[in-house]
Design a protein. Structure first.
Length: 135
């Protein structure tokens, strides 16, 4: 069950943070789509509604923020759902050939793989002043 005390529906992509906590996409057209986060012991932490456009989003999770690749844009939000920022991948990339985001171990980078050009794309992650804050 989620932090909203609702059952998970139609699970989508899942991402595990370095501390063992996880974030996942779930939902259904009838009830909406959500990103829910869980502590390493499985206890629900948060759940926030997302646009239906995010239902197939590839996500990464660092324990404080969720990063989602939608088309050629990367969105990031605190675990309570508050938007933190966004950026566009470089022009000219074929959105269907890009995989990621992936968190690079301890380097504060998001990585993406361009399967067409066999290229690794690296982007710095902005530092939060209060990483555990949800508001």
């Amino acid at each position: 069950r989620t932090s909203r005390n609702a059952w998970l529906e139609s699970l989508g992509n899942i991402a595990v943070a370095p501390d063992g906590s996880l974030a996942l996409v779930s939902g259904h057209e009838d009830n909406g789509f959500f990103i829910s986060t869980f502590a390493p012991d499985g206890a629900p932490l948060s759940s926030f509604e997302i646009s239906a456009a995010w239902k197939y989003a590839h996500i990464a999770y660092d324990g404080a923020r969720v990063y989602a690749l939608i088309e050629n844009e990367v969105f990031f939000a605190k675990i309570g759902g508050e938007p933190v920022g966004r950026f566009e991948l470089p022009p000219g990339l074929n959105k269907d050939s890009v995989r990621g985001p992936f968190l690079a171990d301890q380097s504060r980078q998001l990585w993406f793989v361009d399967l067409n050009d066999l290229e690794l794309l690296k982007f710095a992650i902005p530092i939060l002043t209060n990483p555990g804050a949800t508001d």
